[in-house]
Design a protein. Structure first.
Ligand SMILES: *[C@@H]1O[C@H](CO)[C@@H](O)[C@H](O)[C@H]1NC(C)=O
Ligand SMILES: *[C@@H]1O[C@H](CO)[C@@H](O)[C@H](O)[C@H]1NC(C)=O
Ligand SMILES: *[C@@H]1O[C@H](CO)[C@@H](O)[C@H](O)[C@H]1NC(C)=O
Ligand SMILES: *[C@@H]1O[C@H](CO)[C@@H](O)[C@H](O)[C@H]1NC(C)=O
Length: 819
């Protein structure tokens, strides 16, 4: 079903973005001198009509402003076929294995599989999208360079699948590639050799792809595909059995209702068949079919080949581009194996050159862990296309943003397979080490999603596949809501580590980025300003909620970290203050790099970095720590209301009860990540009492210190590990998070290097914390097969979702000491 997507590009006069000057332009009209009473009334009516028109025009303007793109050259200068090396890729991180191009409406390829013996009615047991419920004991890329190749291992019960791909440049349409799928049993399940497995390779068209696909089947060969699209030109896809026994092959060629319903389409087209009337039955695909109720013959947009074999066996899927004339051989079998090995070796060398883990004395299996974790960051990059749904104060209903592409990493292939603004800044700290240009391209795509206000929506749900994974209530993005501006952290990291490589095209890219950075900074600086001079506040907390023990601050990224109990406009948040100070500092550095006027940014940075102002707004003498400020009481509890007499609802939901009146104060009975932000952002002065106190506090096992890293909230805090509502378990209320630990380790490294009385204390804690974090993440990976969203502060066990190779992958930077 095609949605009506409206893009309203409203150009403002002379390219200015100021709403007030624009609004008044409509009012300047030539007034004629009034002659007589008639003219007078005519004028009054005219003016009224004009006034109404202006009001409506202005309201219309305000309504569309949220979906008006920022008015300056796009930062992404080259895309699609203009970047042939990045054209094809594993840009469908939400599937176990899928390939597509960096095109708006790409042809997609992918894998599904199942084991006939354990396939349950309704298709339960068919693997396609990464789902936690599939209960796979492990899956992820072992190696992936982001350009040429990738190798992934998937452990499904007693079976092991290895999926890999290698690209081969040639011709004018992004070249060829070959994908290999190998199925085997794990050594400890050798008795299951010869068990049946079914691999389904599919090719599908997006509903807007221009072109066609057709099955190619002859009696002697496995069914493949031929086709043509506007981006790819002509192509063929051939499938070869490479090893083992293939028992049966069948195919499906049909019209699927959409890319989000491919598995469902397969399920409705599986048939039980046997060659002899009472012979053994096989599950086969239905061949060429038409969707039910169709009258005229429809062209297929979905072709699947099912190959059933006895484990172990392997197949190669060979994609050949029509404009590639002089390929030396069919890229399969031995020639594929050689190419894969060659790329794997190069990957290992590049990895060592960058992170130097061998040189640092890490063991082979630790290096393998690190390579795999980096590969999951790189292999987690997707290419999405679509329009967000957004809403501003002036829209009665959510409206569609413009259709746009997004090249981005994802936090978790199973649980969050889409772009998140503040996660992406953290991903960039690792990815820029691996490939600076890849990271700059990602940053460029994100900033092209900026609207005329300087706002970037924080969660990007683009395309039907992404949408299918998000509950309806989380789809709409509001333009009042911020999210930590972590891209400034990435850019600071890039300038500090790679300034000498920022030349030529990279510098030109930064030039195009600059006006958007300015607008982004201004948006934060203006919209999230607090009432006290120099203070900042996360907008969007709900002051009216009765269910939440402490109203959430989703925008801060630290969802349920306890803040002032009663949200008001007068509160101020120390973490946001520090984000803005860091952002101003980065803007000042960026302006200097680009030889622009840096004065304003340096001034703001110095103003905010001034520890006197910070202390005046946020330092608690009583607790000797930095803290939020607001209308607060600790005396709140969740309580089950008494059912009303004769009410049917005997079990009413818990509500919050406030036992003591809140008052304006520092929220200094709480201690956790938020309170150490001046340290995390390296703002607290090296010789200050505050630094000494923070170093002592983070090292204190009764506060933040654990053997697994720093916990998010001290056990002494009133809301430590408390549920926020009946349905919301604690999230940032004690668990160990690796992104913040990375910032802490980086800050310790910093304070261990700069002059100051606490240098050796910082160095000491640096060594311990770095070891604790690395060792636990690796230990849990060995134990569970995954890298996790967060870790339990008492046991070190992984919790939240898995795999979460988003910012937890920063452990690779920690191993390589890249800050
Ligand atoms: C996966 O494991 C969970 C808990 O261990 C269980 O509830 C669920 O049914 C399992 N799912 C499948 C598909 O086996
Ligand atoms: C592929 O399958 C055919 C027919 O089953 C068989 O003859 C051939 O040897 C197989 N090729 C490989 C490389 O296993
Ligand atoms: C696959 O199995 C089905 C059912 O046993 C049979 O009808 C069909 O001919 C087989 N196809 C091939 C290619 O072996
Ligand atoms: C940020 O906002 C403050 C006012 O709240 C202003 O004084 C300062 O100049 C702004 N900084 C920049 C760089 O725009």
């Amino acid at each position: 079903m095609a949605r009506q997507r409206k893009t309203t590009e409203k150009k403002t006069d002379k390219g200015t973005n100021s709403s007030s000057s624009n609004g008044s332009n409509y009012v300047e009209t030539k007034a004629k001198p009034a002659t007589g009473i008639f003219m007078f009334w005519k004028q009054i009516i005219g003016c009224t009509v004009l006034f109404i028109a202006v009001v409506f025009g202005y309201l219309g303007y305000l309504e569309t402003r949220v979906i008006t793109p920022f008015d300056s050259a796009k930062v992404v200068a080259k895309s699609g076929l203009d970047v042939p090396l990045l054209y094809w890729g594993s840009y469908r991180p939400g599937t176990y294995f899928g390939l597509k191009t960096r095109d708006a409406n790409s042809l997609v390829n992918g894998l599904m599989w199942y084991f006939p013996r354990t396939l349950r009615p309704g298709g339960d047991g068919i693997r396609h999208w990464c789902e936690q419920n599939d209960n796979l004991s492990k899956y992820g890329w072992k190696k992936h360079d982001g350009y040429n190749f990738g190798v992934q291992e998937i452990i499904d019960g007693p079976f092991k699948l290895t999926t890999s791909f290698v690209k081969r440049p040639g011709g004018k349409h992004g070249g060829d590639w070959t994908a290999r799928v190998e199925v085997d049993v794990l050594p400890e399940y050798a008795s299951l050799k010869n068990e049946e497995a079914a691999l389904l390779w599919y090719t599908a068209l997006d509903e807007y792809t221009k072109g066609f696909i057709k099955p190619t089947n002859s009696a002697t060969k496995i069914t493949g595909v031929r086709g043509e699209t506007s981006g790819l030109g002509q192509f063929v896809i051939k499938i070869f059995n490479i090893s083992g026994v293939i028992e049966n092959e069948s195919f499906l060629s049909t019209e699927a209702p959409g890319l989000h319903l491919l598995k469902e389409t397969v399920i409705t087209n599986l048939r039980l068949m046997s060659s002899k009337p009472d012979g053994p039955k096989k599950i086969v695909l239905a061949g060429e079919t038409q969707p039910l109720g169709g009258l005229e013959k429809r062209e297929p947009n979905f072709i699947v080949t099912q190959i059933q074999g006895r484990v172990p066996f392997s197949i190669d899927i060979v994609y050949e581009s029509g404009s590639f004339y002089d390929r030396p051989d069919t890229f399969a079998g031995e020639s594929y194996t050689q190419a894969l090995n060659w790329h794997s070796t190069r990957f290992g060398q590049k990895f060592e050159n960058i992170f130097g883990l061998q040189k640092k004395g890490f063991k082979d299996d630790d290096i393998e862990f690190a390579q795999s974790t980096l590969s999951n960051t790189v292999g987690g990059i997707g290419y999405f296309f679509g329009a967000s749904r957004v809403q501003s104060f002036y829209n009665a209903e959510p409206v569609y943003y413009w259709n746009a592409p997004l090249y981005t990493g994802v936090p978790s292939r199973s649980f969050f397979p889409r772009g998140f603004l503040w996660d992406e800044g953290f991903h960039g700290l690792l990815l820029s080490q691996w490939d600076l240009d890849m990271e700059l391209d990602i940053i460029s795509h994100w900033f092209d999603l900026m609207n005329a206000e300087g706002w970037i929506p924080r969660e990007q749900i683009l395309g039907v596949e992404s949408l299918a994974k998000v509950p309806e209530q989380f789809v709409v993005q509001r333009n009042t809501n911020a999210n930590p501006p972590t891209f400034f952290l990435t850019l600071r990291h890039i300038i500090e580590n790679y300034e000498e490589s920022l030349t030529g095209q990279r510098l030109e890219l930064l030039e195009r980025l600059y006006p958007r950075l300015q607008a982004w900074f201004s948006w934060f600086n203006a919209t999230q300003k607090g009432t006290a001079p120099g203070s900042y506040i996360w907008k969007g907390r709900d002051p009216l909620t009765k269910r939440e023990l402490n109203p959430k601050t989703l925008t801060s990224g630290l969802d349920d970290f306890p803040r002032a109990s009663h949200p008001t406009e007068h509160e101020r948040h120390i973490d946001l203050y520090c984000w803005i100070a860091m952002a101003a500092d980065t803007m000042s550095k960026m302006s200097k790099l680009l030889k622009r006027d840096f004065f304003k940014y340096e001034q703001t940075a110095n103003y905010l970095k001034d520890n006197k102002l910070m202390s005046q707004l946020h330092w608690s003498e009583y607790a000797e720590s930095f803290a939020d400020y607001g209308l607060h009481t600790d005396s709140v509890i969740l309580k089950r209301p008494k059912p009303l007499p004769r009410s049917e609802h005997q079990n009413l939901e818990l509500v919050r009860v406030t036992l003591k009146n809140p008052e304006y104060r520092l929220v200094d009975t709480t201690f956790g990540y938020v309170n150490i932000f001046p340290f995390l952002m390296r703002l607290v002065e090296p010789d200050s009492h505050a630094l000494r106190k923070i170093l002592t506090d983070i090292r204190n096992p009764e506060l933040l210190w654990t053997e697994y890293g720093l916990r998010s909230l001290a056990p002494s805090s009133p809301l430590y590990m408390k549920r926020n509502t009946e349905h919301d378990p604690p999230y940032w209320r004690g668990q160990v998070w690796i992104n913040v630990n990375y910032l802490a380790i980086g800050a310790l490294n910093h304070y261990g290097e700069v002059e100051g009385p606490f240098r050796s204390q910082a160095r000491e804690i640096y060594r311990e914390l770095r070891a604790n974090v690395m060792e636990n993440v690796v230990r849990q990976y060995r134990k569970s097969g995954y890298v996790w969203e967060q870790y339990n502060d008492k046991t070190g066990e992984g919790s939240g979702c898995r795999p979460f190779t988003g910012w937890t992958a920063l452990v690779v930077n920690i191993m390589g000491e890249k800050y």
